[in-house]
Design a protein around this ligand. Structure first.
Ligand code: F6P
Length: 325
């Protein structure tokens, strides 16, 4: 393998830069030429390629976002779009591609692999919703950001004896909401994976907690709940106020959760994953997703990985409900 490419795709995640840095440095140290692709698969179709060297990736390990920029491309999912990308790879002699992103990006990597460009996927998404791995780059930073933000909300909530209903990201998954909810001591946590009853799981919980003397409350809701059309955080705050008499406020944390300097964990795991991705390509192995299982870096066949289903930790959910009173 003499030349490889690296791109970031889908929603950016803190730690993507550390992964890019590891890919570039591991490749350069092994005499492999690297092209960074600007703006994901869209940039690949347009031939927006930048030669990268050891010093190109200086001073990026601590930066959030992605220096290669990101995009979501509809055109790439068409046969014409994919052929354009393959032609560009051939023109630049790219023999392997590292794709850093989420599920959608891995489908792109699979399609490119099927057309003769071996790809290695690195899970970069705050959502932690990649089935073949316990951990995705950006998840830890995002959780810490949510915790920081909600701790601030708690101060004002406590000062006014209010209930704050906070929506966090996660697309269709509730990992961010469940873990952030535990970390901030939320009285109720609503996630799309687990069916809930508003009376039992929110209003009655608040009433019961009120009886123990508590006067301010936090409710953490995964965005998948409103995406599914079940209830928005505004509607939920209103309903809590009507049912319990506790003055309530709703807020959507939105994109602030996705930015910021990556945590130690995200920087280290991203570096390990970037390193492994290049090692695989160097050994002539393609069509894999690098992941983390039981704290070990692993790799899984890309086709198998895309068919796996991730389960929420029910024991964790049960615990959250018991200790949040
Ligand atoms: O996948 C990451 C994510 O931040 C999700 O949590 C969220 O649903 C989505 O991306 C938001 O996408 P966009 O940045 O395009 O609004």
């Amino acid at each position: 393998m003499k030349t490889i490419g690296v791109l970031t795709s889908g929603g950016d995640a803190p730690g993507m830069n550390a992964a890019i840095r590891a890919v570039v440095r591991t490749a350069c140290e092994n005499g492999i030429k690297v092209y960074g692709v600007d703006r994901g698969f869209r940039g690949l179709m347009n031939g927006d390629l930048i030669p990268m060297e050891i010093r190109t990736v200086c001073d990026i390990i601590h930066r959030g976002g992605t220096v290669l920029h990101s995009a979501r491309s509809r055109e790439f999912s068409t046969e014409e779009g994919m052929q354009k990308a393959v032609e560009i790879c051939k023109a630049y002699n790219i023999e392997g591609m590292v794709v850093i992103g989420g599920d959608g990006s891995f489908r792109g990597a699979r399609d490119l692999s099927e057309r003769g460009i071996p790809c290695i996927g690195i899970p970069g998404t705050i959502d932690n919703d990649i089935a073949c791995c316990d951990y995705t780059i950006g998840y830890d930073t995002c959780l810490n950001t949510i915790m920081d933000m909600v701790d601030r909300v708690r101060d004002t909530s406590a000062s006014h004896d209010r209930c704050s209903v906070i929506e966090v990201m996660g697309r269709r998954a509730g990992y961010l909401a469940l873990n952030a909810g535990i970390a901030v001591g939320a009285t109720a946590i609503l996630i799309p994976e687990i069916e809930f009853d508003l009376k039992r799981d929110v209003f009655d919980r608040i009433r019961r907690t009120q009886r123990t003397g508590k006067k301010h409350f936090l409710v953490v809701v995964a965005e998948g709940i409103s995406a599914d059309g079940i209830i928005t955080v505004d509607e939920l705050a209103k309903a809590i106020e009507e049912e319990t008499g506790v003055e309530s406020r709703a807020m959507v944390l939105a994109h602030v959760q996705r930015g910021g300097s990556p945590t130690v964990r995200d920087r280290v795991v991203a570096s390990q994953m970037g390193y492994r991705a290049v090692q695989l390509l160097m050994n002539g192995i393609g069509n894999r997703i690098v992941g983390m299982q039981n704290e070990k870096i692993i790799d899984v066949d890309i086709f198998e990985a895309l068919n796996m289903k991730k389960q929420i930790d029910m024991e964790l959910y049960k615990m959250a409900n018991i200790i949040s009173i």
